[in-house]
Design a protein around this ligand. Structure first.
Ligand code: HEM
Length: 189
């Protein structure tokens, strides 16, 4: 971890942050609004599952890259909400995101293995999907963790808006592209 503090996050980290945000929100939307409402007998389901599972694994790979970039690049000093407890909770929720997304990919992959989706979805073997994924505890966990992830995303969004518009500390600027300079206030400390 670099001790140097800068005005913005590394551009690769910024790109990965927004790409992952779009991918994860799209996965949650398609998961809850499309996949969850489709019977497994629907012939279109295998095609959508193929995209869902591939993107899920891509998200996992991008998350690992993001974690490495975050650990190896200089980043801005932490911001304050003006409340000590909230300031302590914020970094914990950020690590919580990594854990939840890891668990989403893990439970999804475990469900796919239990249900033989490598054959029916990836190899198009013609085997039918199981009648209901709900028979696998890993899938029940997949759905519950997805709900928790939605809650985390809403909290994260509210906190970011609070910083930007109530505290007016220009938080969004740090997570966007632009000239990256040494943080003068951090150097003075
Ligand atoms: C960040 C990653 C992921 C997110 C956000 C996500 C999200 C979701 C959501 C919201 C659902 C619907 C849950 C429900 O019906 O209650 C779902 C279903 C499913 N997911 Fe994922 N998923 C992810 C990764 C994966 C991966 C990596 C796999 C497998 C390799 C996978 C396999 C499945 C399967 C088999 C279903 C069942 C489809 C159905 O609802 O009938 N998921 N996912």
């Amino acid at each position: 971890m670099k001790a140097v503090l800068v005005s913005r996050f590394h551009p690769l980290l910024v790109a990965l942050h927004w790409l992952l945000a779009v991918l994860i929100i799209a996965m949650l939307s398609v998961g809850f609004l499309k996949l969850a409402t489709m019977p497994n007998s629907d012939p279109q389901k295998i095609g959508i599952l193929l995209i869902h599972m591939s993107l899920g694994m891509l998200i996992l790979a991008l998350l690992v890259v993001r974690l490495i970039v975050r650990l190896r690049t200089a980043r801005p000093a932490g911001v304050t909400t003006g409340n000590r407890l909230m300031d302590r909770i914020a970094p914990l929720t950020h690590y919580g995101f990594y854990i939840l997304v890891l668990l989403m990919a893990g439970t999804g992959l475990a469900t796919a293995i239990l249900a033989g989706l490598n054959r029916s979805v990836f190899q198009r073997s013609g085997e039918p999907l199981p009648q209901d994924f709900g028979i696998y505890p890993t899938f029940v966990a997949h759905g519950l963790i997805a709900l928790l992830l939605v809650g985390f995303i809403l909290l994260h969004l509210l906190a970011a808006l609070y910083h930007q518009f109530v505290r007016k500390d220009r938080l969004f600027r740090r997570m966007w592209f632009g000239r990256r300079t040494l943080d003068p206030s951090a150097r003075a400390k």
